[in-house]
Design a protein around this ligand. Structure first.
Ligand code: ZN
Length: 625
């Protein structure tokens, strides 16, 4: 059993471990005046800092939860270690050789606490792997790195190494260094075989995973020979010192920059972290074989809290089609109330940061992060992109789909802002209309039982003219008018000669357009002779049963006319349709202009603008007639 550490040595450890430095490894501290420092308490959840550190007295205290003590107590609490293990950990970092009381005398000894032993085993393992990377057997490993743009200095900087193919290469080395098989297995560096320990990582490239204070607690390992057993990436299993729920690869290197820039970039893999750091994004970290979770967020939040109480940015990088992860991030960010601090950077062409750097250079990686979008903007735009915003129906359908996302934003001010943005992104150009629609969704969410439960959306108005030619809203006066014109063209082609001056775009729904095209295909109403043959001909030309049925219906539905059914009436109806069609074109063009950025797409902007001017001109001429 471990003896008692000499009191003098404990005192020396305290003296050589300045509390501000040690605490500063785990959370961001800022000056609180009066010689003390402040940060977010790592021991309870809080939004504003009540965790105080007084360097002059070597103490910390949290006014929120009452946790407090000296530097040793801090390590005990944050690492979950015993007193002896904490002193050993601190001693290790400040280069103090401890002496223990044993049977009256003091000895330096080898039977330290378990944590320290496991960390030393990892330090030794990392040294071994790094040496092996230079051996002839590691040729494939070196090629893997070279192909991804990493040189020898880069590998050394990140501590990358090579685990040889044998079964006892590392195990043998650790045995020689005095570690027992049990220790090697507990560390997760070896598995338990029938004849003792055998190497966990074989013929793999290995990355050391460090705690925030730089201690190596595990490895991530990539397969080099596709024919070998096991997954492409293999990580250290959960051990007494490897807790993947809170570990972030690269955090030991990134933490100062994360605090300075108030931003953390979450990437997928070890090589992505390397590529980002080398390309000038030193705030990149990656989870180790698990998805981003609550404990990762806590660790980052403590780093992000810098000079003010405003939380920093967490940027998630995605390739183009990672829909599942996007949804997961959104759900997670909303649940933990940091959605408004969450950003998304979408990798162009689905390239990860490592590939991006390889193909397009360092600046492309920096651009990736610079082009990040707020999570809400990203989610909303992804949804509305699925609609055809060049039509009024598409914009309305897009509004319905996106209004629900906006309605899910809890902060009133942020929600309002996104309502304004949504109007702009859709090009509806009626802010109060969009805000009302959002408010309806908010109310529906409240009725359905608030934030936690699935939102009951207001019944979406089916966009008129779904392609199945199903029923549309016949109460819509402009649709009634179009239908009236079609009936006229089918039943009384002789009255409706100006029908042929319209075009398919004059009709606002697909069913109507289809009938117009059918009529054109038969040579227009001017080609109509006998009324019965005319209808029969249209039905013959109809491409499917649904359209044939619709034409038949138009042929038998009575005309609703208040007054005389004559050429004058026909002219009035057709003229109005023409005017409405022009108005629709004007609205669509204006909407497109509203969505265009004139400085980014000057040619497109000019083109749409010219088209708008010409349509406005047509409209004036129509009116004058
Ligand atoms: Zn606290």
């Amino acid at each position: 059993m471990a003896g008692r550490i000499r009191d003098e040595d404990v005192a020396l450890v305290r003296e050589r471990s300045p509390i501000a430095d040690v605490v500063g490894e785990y959370l961001q501290l800022r000056n609180a005046g009066g010689g003390s420092l402040k940060g977010l308490c790592p021991f309870h959840d809080e939004k504003s800092p009540s965790f105080n550190v007084t360097p002059a007295r070597g103490l910390y205290y949290c006014f929120g939860c009452g946790e407090g003590g000296d530097v040793i107590r801090f390590i005990q609490q944050i690492e979950g270690l015993s007193f002896v293990e904490s002193v050993e950990s601190l001693a290790q970092q400040s280069g103090i050789r401890l002496r223990y009381e044993q049977g009256g005398g003091y000895t330096a000894r080898n039977d330290q606490g378990q944590r320290q032993r496991l960390i030393e085993a990892h330090r030794e393992a990392q040294r071994f792997y790094a040496e092996q990377l230079l051996s002839p057997a590691a040729k494939e490993g070196r090629r893997f790195l070279t192909e991804r743009g990493f040189g020898r200095a880069d590998a050394e900087h990140f501590g990358v190494g090579y685990a040889p193919a044998g079964w006892e290469a590392l195990t043998g080395r650790l045995r020689d260094a005095g570690f027992s098989d049990q220790e090697i297995i507990t560390a997760g560096l070896a598995g338990q075989g029938r004849r003792g320990a055998y190497d966990k990582f074989r013929n793999r490239l290995v990355w050391p995973v460090r705690e925030v204070n730089g201690e190596i607690v595990g490895f991530g390992a990539r397969k080099l020979d596709p024919d070998d057993d096991g997954p492409k990436y293999l990580n250290t299993p959960e051990t007494p010192i490897f807790k993947k729920g809170h570990l972030l690869y690269g955090l030991d290197l990134a933490k100062r920059e994360i605090a300075r820039e108030r931003r953390a970039v979450i990437v997928e893999g070890y090589t992505d972290v390397m590529a980002c750091h080398l390309a000038g994004v030193p705030t990149a970290v990656a989870t180790c074989g698990t998805s981003f979770g609550e404990d990762h967020l806590k660790v980052l939040r403590r780093m992000l809290l810098g000079r003010s109480n405003q939380g920093g940015e967490v940027v998630f990088t995605f390739d183009g089609d990672a829909a599942g992860r996007r949804a997961a991030v959104r759900a997670f960010a909303e649940e933990h109330g940091f959605a408004s601090e969450t950003f998304v950077a979408v990798q162009p062409d689905g390239l990860d940061p490592c590939e991006l750097r390889q193909r397009h250079g360092d600046s492309s990686v920096r651009d990736l992060v610079a082009d990040r979008k707020p999570l809400y903007e990203f989610m909303i735009r992804t949804v509305i992109e699925q609609y055809d915003l060049d039509t009024a129906e598409g914009r309305m359908a897009g509004l319905d789909a996106a209004a629900d996302i906006v309605a899910s934003i809890r902060n009133d001010g942020v929600r309002k802002l996104y309502g304004v943005n949504l109007d702009h992104w859709l090009g509806i150009m009626d802010e109060s209309f969009v805000q009302r629609r959002v408010a309806q969704h908010v109310a529906a969410r409240r009725r359905s039982g608030g934030a936690g439960s699935a939102p009951a959306r207001p019944a979406p108005q089916a966009p008129p003219g779904a392609a199945d030619a199903g029923p549309y809203d016949v109460r819509d006066p402009s649709l009634q008018r179009e239908r009236q014109a079609l009936k006229m063209a089918v039943q009384y082609p002789g009255l409706a000669s100006e029908f042929d001056d319209l075009d398919a775009e004059s009709f606002s729904v697909p069913q109507h357009r289809a009938v117009y095209e059918l009529i054109s295909a038969r040579g227009g109403v001017r080609a109509a002779g006998d009324a019965r043959e005319w209808v029969a001909g249209l039905c013959d030309t109809a491409p499917d049963e649904a359209q044939r049925a619709f034409v038949t219906r138009l042929a038998v539905e009575p005309m609703e006319v208040y007054g005389e059914l004559d050429e004058h009436y026909a002219q009035e109806i057709l003229g109005t349709i023409k005017i409405h069609s022009i108005n629709r074109r004007v609205a669509n063009l204006k909407s497109r202009l509203g969505r265009l950025d004139p400085s980014a797409q000057p040619d497109e902007y000019q083109r749409i603008f010219a088209e708008l001017m010409s349509v406005e001109q047509q409209k004036r001429m129509m009116r004058e007639r």
